[in-house]
Design a protein around this ligand. Structure first.
Ligand SMILES: [Mg+2]
Length: 326
């Protein structure tokens, strides 16, 4: 019989993380441990208020399945037992971890994916004054980051982006508005982004307003984040977006995320791989998706004052897998 443990953890950030919806000073995660015959699998998820989740609600969802998990519930059964979201992700990740440890394998081998030595990833610039964002961008560039993800709200768009582009003329920039823009004026903003060489715009409009993107001609790719959770999201996204941001906390784990990545490509959508504020445990669970993504945005743990003891080998703008075990 399996032993099941679930509990919340708070991880303080090294600096405030500010997006259009507000600021955060800590990452609150929920951790699931499944022990079977002396082997323990661990899974972590980040409850997200935007999707109606709290640490308490996610723990309650997990606790309700404790009996079935103790009796050996499989990943396949889990997909039917819980809706997509953080609770299912924490359990799905723990089941993958348990499976790989019991087989003395890892997520790469078990999914038949060649482990890269280096993963190039975005570093995020959180919302601040144009000057602070520009100097932050320059510092990241000088430390080796080549892909920068710029958080944006509905103000100072030109000022912030011109300052950043001037500071890092050669960086690849992606902009994430986190649903804070309006359809009015969107065309002019997209043109500004294109003129500044921005490579992609993430979720400009509220998810409920996706229909406004149909027949909206835009000069740079637009990526669905808040609008894309699982394969069920895809029919509403085709013709409105060119890319989807896949996060395990939205798909409810790697099992659905792998299926979503394949279905998105089949539907002609490009893939971005993202994360919430989290520790390396949550990033490790998502790594089999990196070879499917045009943009990898897994810098959550780099915002923590301190990561888990067995953290991934993060460098500025990359994960150097050749220098650690993953
Ligand atoms: Mg986003």
């Amino acid at each position: 019989m399996r032993k099941v443990k679930v509990g919340p953890e708070i991880w303080p950030l090294r600096a405030p993380f500010v997006i259009a919806r507000g600021g955060r000073s800590e990452a609150g995660v929920v951790v699931v441990e499944l022990e079977e015959e002396g082997v323990t699998g661990v899974g972590e998820a980040t409850p997200y208020a935007r999707y109606g989740e709290t640490a308490a609600s996610v723990q309650a969802q997990i606790a309700a399945l404790a009996g079935e998990l103790e009796q050996g519930m499989t990943r396949e059964a889990l997909q039917q037992a819980l809706p997509a979201g953080a609770a299912r992700n924490a359990i799905d990740s723990a089941l993958w971890d348990l499976e790989t440890r019991r087989l003395n394998s890892d997520l790469w081998r078990i999914n038949n994916i060649l482990r890269p030595d280096v993963i190039e990833m975005a570093q995020t610039i959180s919302i601040d004054s144009p000057e602070v964002m520009a100097s932050g961008a320059l510092a990241l560039w000088q430390n080796g980051a080549r892909l920068l993800k710029v958080k944006m709200d509905n103000t100072l768009i030109t000022e912030r982006l011109v300052a950043i582009r001037t500071a890092v003329p050669k960086a690849t920039l992606i902009v994430d508005a986190n649903e804070s823009w309006h359809s009015e004026g969107l065309a002019a903003r997209c043109q500004l982004l294109a003129d500044l060489g921005v490579a992609m715009l993430e979720q400009p409009l509220p998810a409920a307003e996706d229909a406004l993107l149909a027949n909206f001609i835009h000069p740079l790719p637009i990526c669905a984040d808040e609008s894309c959770h699982t394969r069920e999201s895809l029919p509403q996204l085709v013709g409105r977006y060119e890319m989807v941001n896949i996060k395990l906390d939205k798909t409810g784990g790697l099992t659905e995320a792998l299926a979503l990545a394949a279905a998105a490509k089949e539907a002609g959508l490009e893939v971005m791989l993202g994360c919430m504020l989290c520790t390396s445990r949550a990033i490790r669970a998502a790594l089999p998706l990196v070879d499917k993504a045009r943009f990898v945005d897994l810098d959550g743990p780099t915002w923590l004052a301190q990561d888990v003891a067995a953290g991934l080998p993060f460098r500025c703008g990359k994960i150097l897998l050749s220098e650690g075990s993953a």
